[in-house]
Design a protein around this ligand. Structure first.
Ligand SMILES: NC(=O)c1ccc[n+]([C@@H]2O[C@H](COP(=O)([O-])OP(=O)(O)OC[C@H]3O[C@@H](n4cnc5c(N)ncnc54)[C@H](OP(=O)(O)O)[C@@H]3O)[C@@H](O)[C@H]2O)c1
Length: 290
């Protein structure tokens, strides 16, 4: 880790509240070390009441960039001078770049999702897809799928069905995509929906540490061979959902790759440098196992 800080060392960081466990400081500080560049990445716990001041402080202190996590991803749009096209459609930002006081917002989750799913583009393209969840991550998933994978239908499934309905209306309006069907999570007919979806994405926090025994379905017949199941949860790396999917012959994709690739895009936006993703990914795997 970085052991020399100079007057010119540039500061990057993560803002959110409450700041729970995050791998981002590890990922970015390892990448900084590997690239030998003069940056440091720090966590900042910022409650919503202090968000505006945090951006004033960012500009005054010359902080080069922030990652943004819950609960600020949507609220911060109002403080940006520029918002990228994907952030403005998704309605959420996870990366802020400070160019001499001008703040630009990006959503690099899209890059992480694309890097994870692109190897299976042929299989996924034009097919039916299930997305479980209706939060910020689900928004990035839905945008990416509609834009790059042209699904024939998206099943939007969420514990609170009204939130799924709201998301459906939002994307019908923003992206003119009308082939949505919303469902409440847990009814038994989801087994058939999951089974008939070429891709099933879990964009909820179900199964995340410490509740690792939870899963959006425990029914083995939810999945079949040749299907792709992508769990955005990255802690643990192999969730119960992925184990269930893999045991039925489905391709099981962890959220860890998405995590590293969204970080890589943020890193590039701040530093102009490519993150050595393979090395960072391997270091992160070792860090998680330790
Ligand atoms: N791999 C990556 O790079 C990456 C990037 C971003 C996010 N993520 C992960 O994606 C997940 C969602 O993040 P987010 O930012 O979208 O969070 P969020 O905005 O808080 O949304 C949480 C979603 O999970 C659902 N949910 C929470 N607890 C549930 C439970 N016990 N049973 C059923 N549904 C439940 C919520 O349903 P309701 O609407 O009913 O509350 C909502 O749809 C998190 O695990 C996060 O770590 C991963």
């Amino acid at each position: 880790m970085k052991n020399t800080i100079h007057v010119n060392t540039k500061i990057l960081g993560l803002i959110g509240h409450p700041l729970k466990h995050s791998y981002s400081p590890f990922i970015h500080n390892v990448a900084i070390e590997l690239k030998g560049i003069d940056y440091i990445y720090l966590p900042f716990d910022i409650p919503s009441s202090n968000l505006k001041n945090a951006f004033r402080g960012m500009i005054s202190l010359g902080i080069r960039g922030f990652n943004v996590t819950i609960p600020h991803k949507e609220n911060i749009l109002q403080y940006m001078n520029n918002v990228s096209e994907e952030s403005s459609i998704i309605g959420a930002i996870n990366t802020v770049v400070n160019d001499l006081g001008k703040l630009s917002g990006y959503n690099t989750d899209v890059n992480g999702i694309l890097e994870t799913l692109n190897p299976y583009k042929e299989e996924i393209f034009g097919n039916e897809i299930s997305v479980i969840g209706a939060g910020g991550a689900a928004r990035a998933v839905i945008y990416t799928l509609i834009r790059y994978f042209k699904p024939s239908k998206i099943y939007l499934i969420n514990r609170t069905e009204q939130r799924a309905d709201a998301l459906k209306n939002y994307f019908q309006d923003k992206m003119k995509f009308n082939s949505f069907k919303t469902k409440e999570l847990f009814p038994p007919d989801l087994v058939d929906i999951f089974k008939n979806s070429k891709l099933v994405v879990n964009a909820t926090s179900v199964g995340m540490f410490p509740d690792v025994d939870d899963s959006i379905t425990e029914l083995a017949n939810s999945f079949t061979k040749g299907q792709i199941v992508f769990d955005l949860v990255y802690n643990p790396v192999q969730t119960n959902l992925l184990n269930l999917a893999a045991s039925n012959g489905a391709i099981a994709l962890s959220g860890l790759k998405m995590l590293v690739y969204q970080a890589a895009k943020s890193f590039e936006l701040w530093t102009g440098e490519a993150m050595p993703v393979e090395q960072v990914y391997r270091s992160l795997q070792l860090f998680i196992k330790a």
